[in-house]
Design a protein. Sequence first.
Length: 63
Amino acid sequence: MAGKFEIHRVSDEAYRLRLTDGDGNTVAVSPTFKSLSLLRDGIKAMRENAATGIVVDLRQQQA
């Protein structure tokens, strides 16, 4: 089963997005959005960036 985006109401005018995997495990939690339209924009951005994003391994990063 595919993962899903869950929309949670944090307050009367604030929402948070939770991304879960196919087993229901939380993969990511968003910052708070002030409107549903902004939250939907956040979902769109996550979908686009996840599909095209590169992996950067910072374990060997020098101080």
